[in-house]
Design a binder for this molecule. Structure first.
Ligand code: UD1
Ligand code: CA
Length: 453
């Protein structure tokens, strides 16, 4: 199979400097959705037809399995496919897709491809209550497709037809090449219409078979941000549906956003307004509270993330409790039963089993052992303005509140740091280390009083 993706439209109505097909749907360019779908179908080659200003598209998405054909200026869909033909081989079937029709699904295309052959052209059609603007599928008395007429070229009677062309079709390459060579632009728009090949196929004795998509939305194109937003909601609704079908508790499917892949174990629960980005894996029984953002993370079974937490590039063991209002940044690795409470930030650090930092802490570039208690207000001073250094805290350490650990520094096993300590040298194991001015009280001291003028 050869796939040709038309992506030469400028997309002026997006009112954006970003080319239309690079506009993101679920954080991924629309065209990338179409390319990934084509890859799932195991296309031999994918040719993308790009237009004026499309070099940005090519730079953004180029890959070894892609070929690029330039169409400038655009002179219609038939002209666009013509530009791709030098790059496709005779003898195979060509599937025509569109860079701005991102929701097209694999099963729909498999059915379409199955209907195409050396002797049959397959067209994806839908019926619409209001077909205005679309090419109409015209049939003879026996119901066989005879041709497609564009809205602007259609008679009043032809405009009554509700079956329309989605634009997506599959045709034998050898024939397609001949037909495209014979296209004329003597029509209302002065364009080379791809749709004119239908009548040519019929004249050559090929059968024109029509198939329909699994869901109407699959064929929707995007011309402006309003339509892009509509497709985003459809896409997200479909993802929420597949999660709930798989047994995930999604408290409100309309308030979930997955911008990447989300894999869930059994009995996972996701509260409202959560955003999942990149590759996220949630183990059995994981619960994500409301308003959390989770990106590129693997959370172990039974882990609970309380509301308003942001988790990024993080791996946790089982039964951790994170948040509310916690932030884990890249390189965070937690063992089992680790607790991170409110306003705790962790970066590029490992925290081993049963350790806790429950309030207001910064843990950066640190290795923390098991059963460590990190007191409120503790900060690793990991950066001297030029370089970063590590802090090592061994097992069973107790760190008093409001402690600064000036890295590089090590706290030995079982050590206790007194509250308010500024640790600049290693703290020995099992001892109390405290750096604090001795507390004094002044008997007879009096508060200043305001001086009268
Ligand atoms: C086309 C079909 C119409 C169908 C409709 C479905 C033709 C002549 N008509 O109409 O039957 O109902 O799509 O939406 O094919 N493109 C290029 N280069 C060009 C022209 C278009 O790459 O020179 C791309 C566009 O970027 C777009 C797609 O082809 O992705 C369709 O183009 P558009 O102008 O929207 O086609 P329509 O006239 O709406
Ligand atoms: Ca259009």
């Amino acid at each position: 199979m050869e796939v040709i993706v038309l992506a030469a439209g400028q997309g002026k109505r997006m009112r954006s400097v970003l080319p239309k097909v690079l506009q993101p749907l679920a954080a991924k360019p629309m065209l990338a959705h179409v390319l990934d779908t084509a890859r799932t179908l195991e296309a031999r080659r994918i040719v993308v037809v790009y237009g004026h200003g499309g070099e940005v598209v090519r730079e953004a998405l180029d890959a070894p399995d892609l070929a690029w054909a330039r169409q400038d200026p655009p002179q219609g869909t038939g002209h666009a496919v013509q530009q791709a033909m030098p790059l496709v081989e005779d003898g195979d079937t060509a599937l025509i897709l569109y860079g701005d029709v991102p929701l097209i699904g694999v099963p729909t295309l498999q059915r379409l491809m199955a209907a195409a052959s050396d002797t049959a052209l397959a067209l994806l059609t839908v019926s619409m209550d209001n077909p205005t603007g679309y090419g109409r599928i015209l049939r003879d008395g026996a119901g066989k497709v005879t041709r497609i007429v564009e809205e602007k070229d259609a008679t009043a009677d032809e405009r009554q037809v509700q079956e329309v062309n989605t634009g997506i079709l599959a045709a034998p390459v050898t024939r397609l090449r001949q037909w495209l060579g014979n296209l004329k632009n003597d029509n209302a728009q002065g364009e080379y219409y791809l749709t004119d090949i239908i009548a040519m196929a019929v004249a050559d004795g090929l059968e024109v078979v029509t198939t329909q998509p699994d869901a109407f939305e699959e064929t929707l194109g995007v011309n402006n941000k309003t339509q892009l937003a509509e497709l985003e909601r459809i896409y997200q609704r479909n993802i929420a549906r597949s999660l709930t079908d798989a047994g995930v508790t999604v408290i409100d499917p309309a308030r979930l956003d997955v911008r990447g892949s989300l894999e869930c174990g059994r009995d996972v629960e996701i509260d409202i307004n959560c955003v999942f980005e990149g590759t996220v894996v949630l183990g059995d029984g994981v619960r994500i509270g409301a308003n959390c953002i989770v990106r590129d993370a693997t959370l172990g079974a039974g882990t609970r993330v309380a509301p308003f937490s942001q988790i990024e590039d993080t791996i946790t063991g089982e039964a951790c409790i994170i948040g509310p209002y916690a932030r884990t940044r890249p390189g965070t690795v937690l063992g089992n039963d680790v607790h991170l409470g409110n306003f705790v930030e962790v970066k590029n650090s490992t925290i081993a089993d049963h350790s806790k930092a429950n309030h207001l802490a910064y843990v950066g570039d640190a290795d923390i052992g098991q059963r460590v208690n990190v007191g409120a207000g503790t900060i690793t001073c990991n950066y001297d303005g030029a370089n970063k250094f590590r802090t090592v805290i061994e097992d069973d350490v107790f760190i008093g509140s409001d402690t600064q650990l000036v890295a590089p520094v090590r706290v030995g096993k079982g050590a206790t740091l007194g509250a308010g300590t500024t640790l600049t040298k290693d703290a020995p194991a099992e001892q109390l280390t405290v750096s604090r001015a001795k507390q004094i009280s002044l008997a007879g001291w009096q508060r200043p009083v305001k001086v009268k003028k």
